[in-house]
Ligand binder design. Structure first.
Ligand code: NAD
Length: 358
């Protein structure tokens, strides 16, 4: 069966890094049909919109999207609906991408890149599963109103609404339990159930969902404690599942434990495992077009694409082993370079991964 993959390079370093990831996908010997389309600022320049209809159609009709990055300071003065980031929000909405998977892996060869002591963090391999389309970020009503009573009566007040429906919690729960089944079978659900009704409801539904996964050990942690434990003993975690707000913060915290943003992949999935795969970093306009960017986060995103959308776990392992091998050979792009290692360009890193695949 031919799998269609939409390749959306975007802006800044996007084209350089997706080129390397597409080369790696193309070298696996799978039946893949890759089609490229503009997105973000590049699409605005060419077609007057960051997510043109043809790009959206291609994305909808593909098994998966390999996404580079979008954004550049030169688009900052555009009206909000034309800004490059709207393309990501538009794709999430159109495809119903409710589950965001962000692994934080610290390869032993890069242990010095972390601000934590190597013994605390070396070999770290955790996965944060964040709900992406609900919670206080989307809850209505929201806005600014006049306070009706109490000590602040008559003042202006900003407000938002936090809520989660049962289906929203269950479906992200299933994604997280199934991810845990493929790993060490431990899942930690993070909430603030001691204070928030929404969180207590979240916890109750997680406990109920756990009955379908007797092989996975479910634990619970308050978000403030989770933020502490992530810097105290991050290797105690395996899979973490949490809501949109807490996940936004914890996934960035976990990413920074690794100290190397150029290494971190991500996936956003819908209920039929159609997904958008992108590096966790942005478009890095400061180094764009210079063949300096680290393509490994995007290459590792391609590995996630194979594992989660195409059900090709063995090929995903193959890419991840190739990345390990190039690090073992001492090859480093500028962002992860240190004394005693060999500085290479974006394309040379891609070449090395291709060679290591064989
Ligand atoms: P950024 O992640 O683009 O860059 C932060 C720093 O990390 C820069 O110094 C950059 O050179 C470096 N860096 C990032 N990726 C790298 C890589 N692969 N290899 C080597 N170095 C790398 O974040 P920013 O500077 O805050 O934002 C730049 C633009 O990217 C903005 O327009 C922002 O809106 C956009 N952005 C897009 C996404 C996305 O497309 N999902 C995410 C975040 C930021």
């Amino acid at each position: 069966m031919t799998h269609k993959i939409a390749v959306l390079p975007g802006d800044g370093i996007g084209p350089e890094i997706t080129e390397q990831a597409a080369r790696v996908l193309g070298a696996l010997g799978l039946d893949l049909e890759m089609e490229t389309a503009p997105v973000g600022g590049a699409a605005y320049d060419a077609h007057g919109h960051p997510l043109p209809p043809a790009t959206l159609d291609l994305a909808k009709n593909s098994s998966a999207i390999l996404f580079g990055a979008v954004g550049d300071w030169k688009y900052d003065s555009l009206p909000r609906e034309f800004r490059p980031e709207q393309a990501i929000l538009g794709l999430r909405k159109a495809l119903g991408l409710f589950a965001n998977l962000r692994p934080a892996i610290l390869y032993p060869q890069l242990a010095n890149a972390s601000s934590l002591k190597p013994e605390v963090v070396s070999g770290l391999d955790i996965l944060i599963v964040r709900e992406l389309t609900g919670d206080i970020y989307f809850g209505q009503p929201r806005g600014v109103r006049e306070v009706a009573e109490g000590s602040f009566k008559g003042e202006r007040q900003g407000f938002d609404t936090m809520h989660y429906a049962e289906t929203e919690v269950r479906r992200i729960g299933h994604v997280a339990f199934q991810a845990a089944q493929k790993r060490s079978k431990r899942l930690c659900s993070v909430d603030k159930a001691n204070v928030l009704e929404t969180s207590q409801f979240w916890r109750d539904i997680m406990i109920d969902t756990a009955r379908e996964y007797p092989d996975v050990e479910l634990t619970h942690m308050y978000v403030d404690n989770a933020a502490m434990q992530l810097v105290r003993a991050p290797k105690e975690f395996d899979v973490i599942v949490t809501g949109n707000l807490f996940g936004d913060i914890l996934s960035d915290e976990a990413a920074m434990l690794t100290g190397s943003i150029g290494m971190l992949p991500s996936a956003s999935l819908n209920a039929s495992n159609q997904g958008l795969y992108e590096p966790s970093h942005g478009s890095a306009p400061d180094i764009a077009g210079k063949n300096l960017a680290n393509p490994l986060a995007t290459i590792l995103s391609a590995a996630m694409l194979l594992r989660y959308s195409l059900n090709e776990a063995a090929q995903a392992d193959r890419i991840e082993r190739a990345v390990q091998a190039v690090l073992e050979q001492g090859l480093r792009t500028a962002d992860i370079h240190e004394a005693g290692t060999k500085l290479v360009s974006t394309s040379a890193m891609g070449d090395a991964v291709l060679k290591a695949l064989k």
